[in-house]
Design a protein around this ligand. Sequence first.
Ligand code: HEM
Length: 500
Amino acid sequence: MTNIWLLSLIFVICILVAVFNHKNRRNYQRTPPSPPGCPIIGNLHQLGELPHQSLWKLSKKYGPVMLLKLGRVPTVIVSSSETAKQALKIHDLHCCSRPGFAGARELSYNYLDIAFSPYDDYWKEVRKLAVQELFSSKQVHSIQPIKDEEVKKLIDSISESAAQKTPINLNKTLLALTVSVVCRTAFSVNFEGTVLNSERFNNIVREALEMLGSFSASDFIPYVGRIIDLLTGLQGRRERSMRDLDAFYEQMFDLHKQKKEEGSEDFVDLLLRLEKEEAVLGNDKLTRNHIKAILMDVLLAGMDTSAITMTWAMAELAKNPRVMKKVQSEIRSQIKNKERISFDDTDKLEYLKMVIKETWRLHPTTPLLIPREAMSEFEINGYTIPVKTRLHVNVWAIGRDPDTWKDPEVFLPERFTDNNIDAKGQHFELLPFGGGRRMCPAVYMGTTMVEFGLANLLYHFDWKLPEGMKVDDIDMEEAPGLTVNKKNELILVPTKFLDP
Ligand code: HEM
């Protein structure tokens, strides 16, 4: 009898201690500073058309860890290299899932892709498969002949424009280059001369990226949000974008069957074979929808990011003639009299690599990375980040942080001369590919594409502004979206460099 009383007493004491500890812990929890918001919408109205810029301005007042309420969704924004390191490295495992949101759900067939999949066994296996079969350095080297051919076509077509002194639209030209390389690499189809290699296709890609980057009311405001999305037309645009992409995949499967180039099994063949074999990735049996979702990543993440980087780099070079001259001298003195640049040649181009890093510092293609979601509670700078909080790393703000970068607004590739900062996710002041478990798996593929493309453009041609335009007339306005391109087209006039 005494034993029962004793046990009951111990049980009650344990419960009291647990309750006390829990209460105490809650009292000690610190919430990050927040800008005041409005009822129901919270801080949504403060995001504007270019959220990374609005959030950068807010972070100057509220600090490098801020809590916003986007409707009902608590969202933490980190805006310094130190806080990014805490999120992406120290607490990576606490926050490497992705939140659900309407744009991604629609376009990824319910998160069946790599980029928007939650952190689970399916994600681990599908990412591993893509790294082995598409992004490994062996695979990247094996596609060099395709890059050589596509770049040669580009040089020939720019040479024609140069002969006629016709200006070139670099946004379009560079996107066409990456479209061809990525499609031939991953899908083994050449879209030249088909409906897919057209203005309409470029628009489909841009629209899809805008839908992925859009802040949709239904994600943040229960019930009413859906009505708002219907009224603003966002829901209709999303559905249309999804239908357009789906039609593209179907056309691509057809073309793939008809026009497949000679050679070994490509990435699409592999996925189709796995589907036929009823392969299981994680807990998911691979279906046609899985394949389409995976291809969406290759299509959208692959084409756009490299083209955007090259466009911003060319815009900065046109604006900074000193840097343009210096990088061209390096390329021309290293390559000497060669007719064509080889893959290995780009290894020697140290200043070009600095130009690319400087471009990524000021114009990261994905300025807020892809949002993450906390899977368990953790702390950044002593602030508690509860489970289910959404987390953005403002890479764009980090690139302009005066505590890290001297004269951050100045385009100065030389700032990388005396340090070992690279873009591979270990230096948190420069994160164009993100960091941690969700970092871009195609760093090597993306970097080599950008280096090779720019080296060719700068080796074979000099670039002038169109008649009557001055350097100060080149604007650096940004277009909205998950990835951020130059809003207005970059038009430059090429002259063939005749002294290789
Ligand atoms: C210059 C080129 C590129 C840049 C700057 C870039 C940048 C990024 C960034 C910032 C992320 C988000 C990382 C994060 O949330 O922490 C990402 C993710 C991703 N990228 Fe790239 N990317 C490039 C090229 C490519 C290419 C060529 C492909 C494929 C063909 C690709 C496929 C992906 C995929 C699948 C993810 C999702 C990773 C995951 O969530 O596990 N990227 N990329």
